[in-house]
Design a protein around this ligand. Structure first.
Ligand code: ZN
Length: 271
């Protein structure tokens, strides 16, 4: 019996490989950005919701920090044939740190900056609201700076018993002035000094995928500039509410915050 099953599976896999109209490129975990390819003209849905597919049959999906583990990706070819792929994500354990006995002013921002923070959030949301047809997101991402990883996606601090907003970036620790490069091609949609994140830069990589770079010392590009992978876009700093010089790099799919380490391989100190 086991032999027969194995044989059947092997046969089924071979058949599926030859016929599957779907390729996925990415790690299937919570927080992941996953790129996919289907035949031109095919429609894709994720959990019955339509997924944007470009003219080359490429698409992108993302799974947020606490995404459910089971998903259904469905591909309908122009012939009407339907293929379904069940996706089971790997569950992640995030680092949770409790700090008690902090002075209250360190925990809640002062009242006089509330309006500014609100406006910052509006500007950031606008800078990530586009849906451009750039296809830079389908190229291989490179680390935007060199240095050790000092913070990871998903970690969370609980200050005086109050859970704070989780950390959604990957931090690269390096001295002020260290160059920051575009991880792939992009167009600048925000270059501004914000209350929390200091000098902040947002790049549009297409199809609602955006990079955000926080706490920069300098920004050397302007809104509307098209940058190429590897172009210098600024320098590492400690502007805004930051405890020391580092680059905080974030990846969004629209409003959904994803883990940059699911689009880039290796470590930033490998060079
Ligand atoms: Zn950070």
């Amino acid at each position: 019996m086991p032999t027969a099953v194995a044989k059947d599976n092997a046969f089924a896999n071979t058949q599926q490989k030859a016929e599957s109209p779907l390729t996925l490129n990415g790690v299937l975990t919570q927080g992941a950005l996953v790129r996919g390819q289907v035949p031109v003209g095919a429609n894709v849905t994720l959990n019955e919701k339509p997924v944007l597919v470009n003219a080359a049959g490429k698409f992108v999906i993302g799974f947020e920090r606490e995404a459910p583990l089971n998903h259904k990706l469905s591909v309908t070819l122009s012939s009407g044939e339907v293929f379904v792929r069940e996706i089971t994500l790997k569950k992640r354990d995030y680092d949770i740190q409790r700090i008690d006995g902090l002075e209250q002013k360190m925990v809640t921002p002062p009242a006089e900056v509330t309006a500014r923070i609100k406006q910052d959030n509006i500007n950031v949301a606008k800078a990530r609201s586009g849906n451009s047809n750039l296809d830079a997101l389908f190229t291989r991402f490179e680390w935007p700076a060199k240095g050790p990883i000092t913070g990871v996606y998903g970690s969370q601090r609980i200050l005086n018993g109050v859970p704070k907003w989780p950390h959604y970036g990957v931090d690269v620790g390096a001295p002020t002035g260290t160059p920051v490069f575009a991880p792939v091609d992009g167009v600048v949609t925000l270059a501004d000094d914000l209350y929390y994140s200091g000098n902040t830069l947002i790049l549009d990589h297409g199809m609602r995928v955006f990079s955000t770079f926080l706490h920069l010392d300098t920004i050397t590009v302007n809104v509307g500039d098209a940058v190429n992978q590897g172009d210098q876009i600024g320098t590492i700093g400690s502007t805004g509410r930051s405890t020391g010089p580092h680059l905080d790099w974030r990846i969004n799919l629209g409003k959904v915050r994803l883990d940059p380490q699911t689009v880039v391989s290796g470590t930033p100190d490998e060079g």
